[in-house]
Design a protein around this ligand. Sequence first.
Ligand code: AMP
Ligand code: GLY
Length: 424
Amino acid sequence: MKVMIIGGGGREHAIACSVAKSSRVDKIYCAPGNAGIAKVAECVNIGVMDFDAQVEFAKKEGIDLCIVAPDDPLVAGAVDAFEAAGIRAFGPRANAAILEGSKAFSKDLMKKYGIPTAAYENFDNPEDALKYLESAPMPIVLKADGLALGKGVLICNTLEEAKAGVKEIMMDKHFGDAGNRLVVEEFMTGREVSVLSFVDGSTIKTMTSAQDHKRAKDNDQGLNTGGMGTFSPSPFYTKEIADICMEKIFVPTVKAMKSEGREFKGVIFFGLMLTKDGPKVLEYNARFGDPETQVVLPRMKNDIIDVMEACIDGTLDKIDLQFEDNAAVCVVLASAGYPEKYEKGFEIKGLENFEGRDDCFVFHAGTKFSDDKKVLTNGGRVLGVTALGSDLKTARANAYKATEYISFDNKYMRNDIGKAIDEA
Ligand code: AMP
Ligand code: GLY
């Protein structure tokens, strides 16, 4: 069959590698893809939001399945557009992707259905938000309602910071229209864990757990980023905690969406915090995580196409989802200066060291080809180096060893990805 993937980052490269392993797939296209994805798929120069061009291309090529990976097109209705043209697509429709597209919606849903999460208030105007903050306990968390490249969350330690945050989000519109509404949320403490799951509208099957490292610098200092590295599984996400999450969070979320007439098919990514009062939802995403996917999919035993089709067809209960009993660590190689100002266009050397390997992988995030077919840096996050190992410590040692295979000017990485493993 012919498969098309929408997106062009490290997550999409990991998805493309999984799809390439399927015996059922003859040809993969990726729009727009990147220099790494080009090794396993034919990249087509169509933007992730250009639904008309995507549908036209899919019709012309006779695509059997489209996988929509990023949040923006999902929330804007990419899956609806494919379905309207009679093309099968993996991912939630817009009316279900709102689970990620509006934090105010997801908080109200959790409240209505008793799903554990931080206490909160939603605000439509800055005056009410400012008045509320006067008597609110600090620290407090401010979240822009809409999509903001994972950056619309401010943790404020003082009333002054919180007031400045309201101005930044609602008045100065730092995150654009995402800041038309504001969620003000209780500050929680605990370990974070990411749990990705396949959902077919009724049945949910969780993938192995992972933990992200969102801050730019070692010891969780510096600005929030799209993610600087991950490990899987999380040793803190025990069987006991997983059972509680399944009963109190995962199944209730899928049921709630169905009850609301917003049947969810695709991937739900639960961002959880393990608090002393039990696991609570930090956020929902309506898609695979980046860079969680880069440590989760290399450990999956199933044919990804079988699983995705089961989600579309409502037959996920028939799938025995299985993961290897090993571990994976991904270290992101970024451009120095990310997530603020950075230079790009530098030649990347050493990529050939990963060819033919099945114990370590290099997933391209921001790369492109030069006219003479060299691979150049083309973004803040450039590559994700993933390595497997029999346990987390071995995987971490392997991943850091593999980062040494790669060189480019202004290469930057965190040196403490997976440090939490030592505390387990
Ligand atoms: P989110 O995009 O909602 O996952 O938020 C980004 C990051 O902000 C999370 O990974 C947490 O580290 C932090 N965060 C979000 N909400 C809270 C909260 N209520 N309490 C403490 N930290 C939070
Ligand atoms: N790694 C967090 C995300 O994909 O949103």
